[in-house]
Structures are given as C-alpha cells and as structure tokens.
Design a protein around this ligand. Structure first.
Ligand code: ATP
Ligand code: MG
Length: 870
C-alpha cells in the first residue's frame, strides 16, 4: 500500500463515521504565544476543547503537518539517530468535540488497525493511565475495561503520567490517554522476548503508533487541573510509522515517504545508504530536515536570526553539518532535494509545489553562507589548536567558536579527536548554560491565571465600524517579563481595538472609567481567539462600564498604509509579474514594509513604475468595497489573493479597491484618495529571492517632502543662493578633485626632495649607512619613504621619528642583508626605544614601528639609537 493510499484510507474511514475532513493547519503558528510550531493535530482545535468557540462539525478528521523541534515536544536530537522520530511528520487524527468519548474512540481505532489495515492483532499492545498522586487522579478504569473487552489483559500496559497523560504544553487542555504500540520484530525474536516488556522502552521495533487522548482537563498556570466544560476525543497517529508497519518495513526511512529522498542523496553524494551507521545517520538527517525546512518556508517562515526563523535555520544547519562531516559535501546540495520532495508530496500539500523555486533558492543561499562559516571556523579552530600548550582546548574557546561563528560543538569535538586533542567539555557546557540562563532570564514571562469577572460573556469586535464603545471587563490578569516589566492583559465583552494581525499593528488608545480615571491601552493582540488589551496599570475599580477609545490618528495612518500595501502588492504583480508572492508585511502608522518573492534588484525604472501605479490608483479615488462574509470558494473565484501559511475559515472578509482584491482582516481607508500620496523610501534584499520595499503615505510623505525641501534650502543657502544647486555642487566636486590631485603631486615632490635630503645626510658607521632623524610625515609616509630609500641604498639602517596630534611614532628600517649579517632586529629595537615615548610596538626584523604618547622623548630615543649603532 503506498503512503498516498494509507493517508486516504485513514481519512475515508473516519469520513464514513460522519467526520468532516478538514485541511491541515499551517505548521508555523501565528497567534498562539505559547507555541511556535504546530506540534500535534489538536493544536488548531484547542479553542474548541476549551469551549471558547464552536466547530462546524463535532466530528473532525485530518492529517496535520507537525514539527517537534522546540518546547515541550522536542525530538530534534533523536532525529536521524533513530528510525522513527522526525522533526516534521504528519499526524493523522480524529476528533470528537463534546460528542463521542472513550468507547467509540477505542473501538474505531481497533477496527481501523485490525480490520481495515489488517495489522496482526497479536503484535499490538495498548496502554492506559495508571493514575497520578500529584494530580490526585486514579487509574483510568473505564479505558481499562473497554480494552479488556477486545485485547487479552497481558497486552494492556499501565503507564505513568509521562507516557499516559498528554499535555500540549505547560498550560492548556490535557487528559489521560491510551496508546497503541506495535511490535514489528521478526517472529523468532518475539518468541525470545515478550513484546509487552519492550513497550515504552525506546525499542526501535516496538513503537507507539497511535495515541488516543481523552481530553478532560485544562492545566492552569499554577499547575492545577480544572475540568473542561465538556469531554473530547483527540487522537494522533504517526503517518510515517503507520506506513512503516503497513509496508512491512523496519524503519520509517525505508517507506516510500523517504526512499525517493534517500536515493537522491545517494546520487548527489555518491554515498550508499545501509552500509555504515554514521553515513546512514547523516543521510537520514538530511532526508528528514529538508522536509521540515521546505514546509516551513512554504508556510512563510524563512530562516532567520530570531524566533521561529532561528529554529528553522538551526535545523537546516544541522543537516548541512552532517553532510559536511559525514557525506563529504562542501558545496550546497540539500536544495537539490526540494524537487524530489515537491514531486512526492506536492499532491497532498500543493503549497510545496507552487513555491518550489523560492524554497530551493532560500535553502541554497543558507547552505552557501553556512558552509563558508564552517570554513572560517576551521581556520579559527586551527589557530586555537596551534596556540594550545597542553593538548587541551578550553571550553570557553570552543564556546566562542560556537557562539560567535556558529561553529558546531560536535564538529569541534570531532576534529580535536582526530588531531589527538582534548576538549574541555565541562567548561563548554558551563559557558553554554550561563548563556542560556542569561537569555532565559531575559525572555521569561510569568502569567497569573485570569481573574474572571463575567462568565459566559461573548466577545465582539466592532472596530471596523467604530473607534469608541462602552465596554465591560470580562477578565484580566497580570503578566510579568524582564523585557516589559509588569503589564496587565484585559479582555472586554466588546471592543473597537484592532488586535495586531495580518501584518498590521495593534491599536492603542485609552479606557475611561465612570469617575473619569484614564487607563492607557498600549497595545492590542489576538491570543488564540481572544482580543487582549495591554495596559501598564489596572483601573482602580474593575467592574462597571468603561468608555474604550481608539487612538484615531494612529488608526488613520495605519489604515492608509494598509490600503497602500494592497495597492503595492497589485502594482508589483503588474510591473514585475505574477511570480510575485507576498512573503511578509508590516503595516505601522509611520511606514509600511512589504516582503515579496522576486529574483533581482528592482531597477530605478521599475521602482518608478510601481510608485506611479499606486499613485494612479490613489488619484483614481477608488472606493473601499468590503465584504465581511464571503464563502471562501466565491472569494477565490473572484480572484482574491490569499497567502500561503495563513489559516482561513469557511467564510472570509474581502477587501477590494478597483482591481485589487485581497482576503484581509485589517482596517482600511474609505477611499484610496484618503492616502494622498505613496512614496517608496527603500528597496533591498532580505534573503535569497526575497526583496523588501519600505514606503510611506499621507502625513509621512508630507513630512518627507518638507524635510527634503528644508535641506534643499539649506544647501542653496550654503551655495550663496545658487540658482542651480546641482550644477554648483558638481562644479565644487570637480574643483575638489583638481585640488586633491595638486596636493598629491606636491606631497610627492616634497617626499622626493626629502628622500634626497636624507640620503645626503646618511653617515657611514662600521659599514652601515645610518641615519636617525625626526621628519614631518605620518606613519604611512615614513614607511613609503623608508622602503624607497632601502631600494636605493645598500646596508641601510634608518630610524625615523615623527610627531602628530601629541603622539609620537618611531619607525626602524634595516636592510635585509644587514639583518642577516649582523643579527639585527628592527622589532626588538623599536620595542626597546618605545620606552622613551611611553609606548610600544613591533613588527618584522627589517621594518617595525612603535607608537607612544610622549613626543618629548623623541630626541632621547634618537640619541640612544645613535649610541647603539656606533
Ligand atoms: P514517542 O514516545 O514515540 O516520542 P509521543 O508520545 O511523543 O511518541 P504523541 O505525542 O502521543 O507521541 O504523538 C502521537 C503520535 O505521533 C505518536 O503515537 C507517534 O506515532 C507520532 N509521533 C510522535 N512524535 C513523532 C516524531 N517525532 N516523528 C514521527 N512521528 C511521531
Ligand atoms: Mg515523543
């Protein structure tokens, strides 16, 4: 059975049981502050479990792209070393939102595995939660009894909190679970060792394939459990592991999910899979990581230096480094796998196929730059090794390489081992831990539980129509972080405040209490499904009705920039072509920023066209046509632009200005004429194949022109009111160039004169042509002069001094012949003479320079050298 068939059969099985098939959510999270990446199928349904929103259907099924590389579920370090954990994997799942519970979940899982997929019942084991004293929970007797009716008791395992109590993160929905494990060992081995004893023991052939979670609780900030309003089912089955079982393989990497990628790695590197363990690990790492990175880029998350982007960069670097160290790749090659991946997964995940070119470019660029870092690191490591006296490399040196140059520690260790050196691992770990502690302390956020004032209050956003409303506080809490200090988060029943989203910043404004007290709202964000307002303080009296007022000016400027962003998007596709895809945008009140895929720098001509296109639409007085409830399908038919990696509901909001239609939740002007004018202020690259434009509108453009104008007046003024300042500046530049030439010539003549003068002053002492003298030149001039004289005069010994800005310089030149014959060393000499000018220096035996802060010591230094030579 091909993997494609496995996926379809799973979904169809649950469709027949009245589940609605839904699409995978993006892998990269956008509005959940507790999670960077989707780590389980249930993430996108969290709000349903918590009772904060209601699903279209109470039974759902899907395959979800998951990434487990950070936070509570982090498998990164295992990946490649074992054969059944991946960074990115698909999780097949079925969900009941307050509908069926344990009985059906267990029966259907068993039916699917044993009757549809025909997995041998004898090779399956199940587990139930044994209970936990910490949480005051007993054995899950209900699940135990349900399983007892279908499997013999010796194949039911009681598991602890770690294995049988599933939690998404430190907070959030959770509950006991029942796992299904499968023993895929050959018959002989099964007879020797009982499979039950290998469950949950990290045995690569006795693995968990499916987890049935019985969602019952919400884990609160203080660690306590609170029962959920309703009970739910959340199941997750590892797609790649299921394929392994159904295709009769012993490793996920031997299934058709991975073999095409592995074959391609073999072709590119000339290495064979299955011959040597270290090579195999490296090949698995590469085949796995390219998927994680490609899917993230497709979802709009590029590798970068912070946050989710940094995690992606690290995954890719791990693959590059395994390739570099074990597959002998010193040129980019991982990007070459993207094509194979697209061919294989593009059907189930079209975003991959459609953005293939971009993904390839980004990966290639990352590879090149990290490979050159690796090379630099090798050179540095060499110098560290050379300066080591006792065959040990200090931990802090290795840490510096790791931290400053991104040079991986395992590679450092490996190279040292090869050269017979030792690494102070403890010292390294200590330095690493110290750094982690520092950054943790800086980013630590502690959140109190919510203080709920109104239960059952629905929340409504009215900010498209009003900037003011009478509101009631539903709940609030204190949040403390090192970065922001103490802040309060407030949730209202009704709000005109736009929460940050779709690139647009959150509204600011204030809250007025009945007694006239004012609390400032400094930001607004959407967290999960709620609109959260941030304030530095709490109103004295929290009950009662407040007047909530949005800062109108900021909102207005932001709206101008948001509408202009849509017009810019349209303009770029018009001027550059439809390969232009939005890759990020930031809509602030002062400016807008737009990132998009395009492969070369925009020419001045193109920029002008883009600007003109947008301004023509502004001058066209195009009215806003907003539609808040269009079925997704209809919107797409109208040609609305949607973004990859964005989650859309069944109905969407469309924003149209003339021919520009976008799916958008942001706030806009009523008419493009409101924007007044659009001006691009910069264009540049952000990553391979991604350009960035920054632009301004309305008031900011006025200010821009005003400032430019003022500058022009100042320039004219400096030019004594020239009628044509451009011409005047050009002639000044010309004049300046001519003067520079003259000065250079004069200096040359002077140096020549000086050289002849000095040669005439040379004195012969013991076969040495000697002179010690103070001259009026800078260090560079002295050096040139000394070398020129050295080329002309044999057996030269020159000591030239000079004084500039209260600083002294001494330079010593000795002909190479003399250095050898008389065993002289200019370096030692200047170091010695440095004393007299209160400084130091050094250099080579034939030329060295010392600098010091005491010019009055120059005559003494000259006397000393005279005495020395004589
Ligand atoms: P394991 O103990 O094997 O790491 P888990 O307990 O972390 O698994 P769950 O969180 O219950 O797994 O996830 C549900 C299912 O997803 C698992 O039964 C497994 O089949 C699959 N799965 C979990 N982690 C990975 C991974 N890193 N790569 C591939 N599949 C995975
Ligand atoms: Mg795990």
């Amino acid at each position: 059975m091909t993997s494609q068939e496995v996926r379809n059969q799973f979904l169809n099985f649950f469709k027949e049981k009245n589940h609605k098939i839904v699409p995978s959510a993006p892998m990269v999270m956008k509005d959940d502050p507790t999670l960077m990446f989707t780590n389980a199928g249930m993430n996108q349904f969290k709000e349903y479990f918590l009772g904060n929103s209601v699903p279209k259907s109470k039974r759902l099924t899907d395959t979800q792209k998951c990434l487990r590389v950070s936070g509570k579920h982090n498998d990164l370090e295992e990946v490649g070393k074992d054969t059944y954990h991946h960074t990115m994997f698909e999780m097949l799942g079925n969900w009941s939102i307050g509908d069926y519970f344990k009985k059906e979940a267990i029966a259907w899982a068993w039916e699917l595995l044993t009757e549809v997929f025909k997995i041998d019942k004898e090779s399956l084991y199940v587990s139930v939660f044994e209970g936990s004293e910490d949480d005051g929970l007993p054995l899950d007797q209900e699940a135990y009894d349900l399983w007892k009716a279908i499997v013999p008791e010796n194949r039911i395992i009681k598991g602890n909190k770690k294995d049988n109590f599933w939690e998404m993160g430190d907070q959030g929905p959770c509950g006991p679970c029942s796992e299904i494990h499968v023993d895929i060992r050959p018959k002989e081995e099964k007879q020797k060792v009982d499979g039950a004893s290998l469950v949950n023991q990290d045995h690569p052939q006795v693995v968990e394939i499916w987890n049935l979670v019985f969602m019952q609780f919400n884990r609160k900030a203080n660690g306590s459990l609170e029962p959920l309003p309703e009970k739910h089912i959340d199941t997750g089955m590892g797609f790649e592991r299921l394929c392994m079982v159904l295709q009769g393989k012993q490793s996920n990497y031997d299934t058709d999910v991975f073999t095409p990628l592995i074959r391609e790695v073999e072709i590119i590197t000339g290495k064979k899979y299955g011959k040597d363990e270290q090579t195999d690990i490296a090949i698995r790492v590469v085949a796995d990581h390219v998927r994680a990175v490609a899917f993230s880029i497709a979802d709009g998350q590029l590798p970068s230096n912070t946050g989710a982007g940094y995690v992606i960069r690290r995954i890719l670097r791990r693959a590059i480094r395994y390739g570099f160290t074990f597959l002998d790749t010193n040129k980019p090659f991982i990007y070459r796998l993207v094509k194979v991946l697209g061919e294989q997964m593009g059907k189930a995940f079209p975003e991959l196929k459609e953005q293939y070119q971009l993904i390839e470019n980004v990966i290639k660029e990352e590879e090149s730059s990290f490979l050159s870092t690796l090379e630099q690191g090798l050179v540095l490591l060499d110098s560290v090794i050379n300066s080591s006296k006792d065959k040990t490399i200090a931990g802090d040196k290795a840490f510096e390489l790791y931290d400053t140059f991104g040079f991986p520690i395992d590679l450092t260790a490996l190279i040292l081992e090869e050269k017979g050196y030792q690494l102070d691992t403890k010292g390294f770990e200590k330095a690493l831990k110290a750094q982690k502690d520092r950054s943790r302390a800086a980013s630590e956020v502690s959140k109190d539980d919510w203080n709920v004032l109104l239960t059952d209050a629905e929340q409504e956003f009215i900010g498209y129509d009003s900037l003011e409303a009478n509101v009631k506080l539903v709940k609030y809490r204190k949040v403390t972080s090192k970065k922001e200090g103490d802040q309060y988060q407030l949730v209202f029943n009704l709000t005109p405040f736009y929460p940050e989203g779709g690139g647009q910043v959150g509204d600011k404004g204030y809250l007025e209490a009945p007694n006239g007290d004012v609390t400032y709202i400094i930001d607004t964000k959407r967290e999960n499904n709620e609109i959260v307002h941030f304030a530095k303080s709490l109103p004295k009296e929290v009950s009662g009705t407040f007047k909530a007022v949005v800062d109108e000016k900021q909102r207005w400027r932001t709206a101008c920039n948001h509408t202009a962003t849509h017009l810019l998007h349209q303009a770029l596709r018009e001027v550059l072509g439809t390969h232009v895809e939005q890759k990020g945008s930031a809509v602030h009140s002062k400016y807008l920023r737009f990132d998009f895929s395009h492969f070369s720098k925009l020419t001045v001509e193109e920029l002008r066209k883009v600007e003109n296109f947008v301004n023509a639409r502004i001058d066209g007085h195009l009215p806003l046509e907003e539609n808040r409830n269009v079925p997704m399908k209809e919107a797409m038919e109208q040609g609305a632009m949607a973004l990859f990696g964005e989650k859309y509901g069944d109905t969407v909001r469309t924003i149209r200005f003339g021919q520009s239609i976008e799916l958008c939740g942001g706030t806009h002007v009523k008419n493009t004429a409101d924007i007044w004018h659009f001006k691009i202020v910069s264009e540049g690259a952000v990553a391979a194949g991604i350009r960035r434009i920054e632009a301004i509108t309305s008031d900011a453009v006025k200010e821009f022109y005003f400032n430019n104008n003022r500058m022009l007046f100042e320039i004219k003024d400096m030019l004594k009111n020239s009628q044509d300042p451009v011409k005047s500046v050009a002639s000044l530049q010309e004049e300046n160039l001519a003067l520079k030439k003259q000065v250079e010539q004069l200096l040359k003549d002077k140096a020549k004169g000086l050289k002849n003068e000095l040669i005439a002053e040379l004195e012969e002492v013991n076969g040495i042509q000697f002179l010690a003298k103070k001259v009026d030149l800078d260090a560079g001039g002295i050096k040139d002069l000394a070398f020129e004289m050295g080329g002309q005069v044999e057996n030269l010994f020159l000591l030239l001094a000079s004084e500039k800005d209260e600083k002294a310089i001494l330079s010593c030149y000795i002909s190479k012949g003399l250095v050898a014959e008389k065993d002289l060393n200019a370096g030692t000499i200047v170091r010695e003479l440095g004393k007299y000018i209160q400084g130091g220096g050094g250099g080579q035996p034939f030329f060295a320079t010392a600098g010091g802060k005491n010019p009055s010591g120059i005559p003494e230094a000259l006397d000393k050298v005279r005495a020395y030579v004589k």
